[in-house]
Write a protein that binds this ligand. Structure first.
Ligand SMILES: O=C(O)CC1=CCC(=O)O1
Length: 277
């Protein structure tokens, strides 16, 4: 069947306290479909979800945004806290008149999803939390301090190569050098001030003790080879979250939705009840 292409629109939306976020909406063919909101990792933009949109829009209106400090969104003065990042999502949903949505985030975005599900349970239908952790023990805080020093001096480009190696497997980078180069450019293009302000939020992460209060059905997803949010860390989070499931993507690193997109989409479709095409 041919027909008019489905609507995609992009604009900057004020989400409160003068902050404007870059937002893209890819519409579902079914006008009254539910919405899924997607939230990016540190040093990424909404394009990190490109591989998932075709699947998701068969069932959902897909709303993606650049987290403050990233991409085409504002870079208000930092440091930020998770209350800012969660408040931005609530402001975005209010601005788009979305009372309740499924939420999927990866790493920084996954932690934002935890905060949203904990503080605003009425706004979250289901939660997909990928490649995240729920706390910031001292060695993690110290590792961010060291990266913040590097970025303060040389910008995000100074950590782009090491970040790319944590995010994508050697195999993926050899198989798809163009996509890997695009992901590197996305990392390096992140404003240093925005990256640092969000890294400061990561140093204050403190959701581990509240996971037991999450009401939304929750899927945790982690790459088996993720050194940043390890399968063990995420297994403990799943055990602490009522009824949650954990999916481990074999061979995936920190961006399993890019690195192992087919397997990631299979797991996602199962959780969200999307039929395979
Ligand atoms: O940058 C990384 O590799 C790890 C990370 C922590 C938070 C985030 O979004 O990415």
């Amino acid at each position: 069947m041919s027909g008019a292409p489905l609507a995609t629109e992009e604009r900057r939306i004020e989400v409160g306290r003068g902050v404007r976020l870059r937002v893209r909406r890819d519409a579902c063919a079914t006008p009254d479909a539910p919405t899924i909101v997607l939230s990016n990792s540190l040093a990424a933009s909404l394009e990190m979800w490109d591989a998932q949109v075709a699947l998701l829009r068969t069932r959902f209106h897909v709303v993606r945004y650049d987290t403050r400090g990233h991409g085409g969104s504002d870079v208000p003065a930092g440091p930020y806290g998770f209350s800012d990042l969660v408040g931005d999502v609530v402001g975005l949903m209010d601005a788009l008149a979305i009372p309740r949505a499924t939420f999927m985030g990866l790493s920084l975005g996954g932690m934002t999803g935890l905060g949203l599900a904990i503080a605003h349970p009425d706004r979250v239908e289901r939660l997909v939390c990928c490649a995240a952790r729920a706390d910031a023990p001292a060695p993690v805080v110290a590792a961010w301090e060291s990266r913040i020093a590097t970025v303060s001096e040389g910008g995000v480009d100074a950590i782009a190569d090491e970040t790319l190696a944590r995010w994508l497997s050697d195999d993926f980078r050899a198989r798809d050098p163009e996509r890997a180069a695009a992901i590197r450019a996305m990392i390096a293009g992140t404003p240093a001030d925005g990256w640092i302000a969000c890294a400061r939020a990561l140093q204050t992460l403190d959701y581990a003790r509240s996971l037991g209060t999450i009401k939304a059905p929750t899927l945790y997803v982690v790459g088996s080879d993720d050194a940043a949010a390890t399968p063990d860390v995420m297994r403990a989070m799943a055990e602490a979250t009522p009824g949650a499931r954990l999916a481990v993507i074999e061979g995936g690193r920190h961006l399993p939705n890019v690195d192992s997109a087919a397997e990631f989409d299979r797991v996602l479709a199962g959780f969200l009840g999307i039929e395979a095409a």
